[in-house]
Design a protein around this ligand. Structure first.
Ligand SMILES: C[S@@+](CC[C@H](N)C(=O)[O-])C[C@H]1O[C@@H](n2cnc3c(N)ncnc32)[C@H](O)[C@@H]1O
Length: 343
């Protein structure tokens, strides 16, 4: 059985705070002990909260018959549109866009006009040449995802997010003690080298996924779950935020503003963390047919793992449970088998 090329997939996935990507190999290993890999070409994989897209990519690379991907965030939908679109990025097109004196771009507001607190003018110029390139429609998902990956690479880490640029003078930035701006400046100074490597990594993932059947959605899983009807055999990933939506809104403000080509205001969810999670877990699991397998994560938010497990057990029986530590507060994940025929 061909091993799943995690290294290639992890290089192409969308960097994201709050991802469970580090646990995806263990999750798929556990599932392979429940359903042998040799039968994965019969299963349909659903990811209601695809985020980094690593898990649906791994299932696709492992031979799943069909993969349905959803997330409510445009950054993940863009990632999925490229990663599951089967169309590689043309390195020559990227080179031409980066070196052209006046590249042909679609009408847009220069990104530096609204993102200058986080991205310098040269960094924004490269972003605009890729994201707003007047390229054939079939190439746009690749160029835009490449642009987003270029910009996200200027965050020291996805956990801490972007640092504010209190000056745009490189000499002054180098003298700042509390933030090491050298990696940022080095990246900004070598766009062609950085992007050549990124194009290689992204195209390698397209090769690893191969021609598969994909369905992409962008929306609230609560609504999508009313229309999707998974059939057995299937694997359904359900991993909504455990501490509500607000922290994602803040984390995503820059990337979504870059994609919207204007600075987006922050907003606050009107649902409690608990309501948000329970409503979405219920919506996704209540429609599953008996025998469906679902993967869930919990315990690192407003509910303890045991409290989450009580909710999951309304819909299914645990086949595999993994906790990240022995404390009661330790989060974890599980693979369950649905025991009721969906309502
Ligand atoms: C905890 S993250 C996990 C993502 C993914 N499983 C991963 O490991 O990369 C939760 C994801 O849910 C998405 N999300 C938040 N609210 C959602 C909703 N109502 N419907 C669908 N996705 C949602 C977020 O954008 C985020 O990508």
């Amino acid at each position: 059985m061909k091993p799943i090329p995690y290294t290639a997939l992890e290089k192409a996935m969308l960097p994201l705070d709050g991802t469970i990507a580090p646990y995806v190999p263990a999750i798929l290993d556990a599932y392979a002990r429940i359903v042998p890999r040799a039968r994965w070409d019969e299963i349909e994989m659903f990811d209601y909260t695809s985020g980094s897209c690593l898990m649906p990519m791994a299932f696709a690379a492992a031979g799943a018959a069909r993969v349905t991907v959803n997330d409510a965030a445009p950054r993940s939908h863009l990632a999925a549109a490229f990663l599951f679109g089967g169309r590689k990025i043309d390195p020559a097109r990227v080179e031409a866009l980066l070196t052209a004196k006046r590249p042909r771009l679609r009408p847009h507001v220069p990104t530096f006009h609204f993102a200058c607190d986080y991205l310098t003018a040269p960094v924004c110029d490269v972003f605009d040449r890729l994201y707003h390139a007047d390229a054939p429609a079939a190439e746009r998902a690749g160029l835009r995802y490449l642009a987003v990956r270029w910009a996200l690479g200027f965050a020291p880490s996805m956990v801490d997010g972007f640092e504010i640029l209190y000056t745009h003078d490189p000499a002054q930035l180098r003298t700042i003690r509390d933030v090491d701006w050298r990696p940022y400046l080095a990246r900004a100074a070598n766009p062609r080298k950085i992007l050549r490597a990124l194009v290689r990594d992204l195209n390698a993932a397209i090769d690893a996924l191969g021609p598969r059947r994909f369905a992409l959605h962008l929306g609230d899983m609560k609504d999508l779950a009313k229309t999707l009807r998974p059939r057995v055999p299937c694997f359904v990933a359900v991993n909504p935020p455990t501490r509500g939506l607000d922290e994602y809104t803040i984390d995503d403000q820059l990337v979504h503003s870059l994609m919207a080509n204007r600075w987006l205001p922050l907003s606050r969810s009107r649902e409690t963390h608990l309501d948000f999670w329970v409503k979405r877990v219920d919506a996704a699991l209540r429609h599953l047919p008996r025998g469906a397998h679902f993967m869930v994560w919990g315990g690192d938010g407003s509910m303890s793992f045991e409290a989450c497990k009580k909710v999951w057990e309304i819909y299914g029986s645990p086949l595999f449970i993994s906790r990240l530590g022995t404390r009661d507060t330790a989060p974890g994940w599980g693979i369950f088998e649905a025991h009721k025929n969906g309502v």
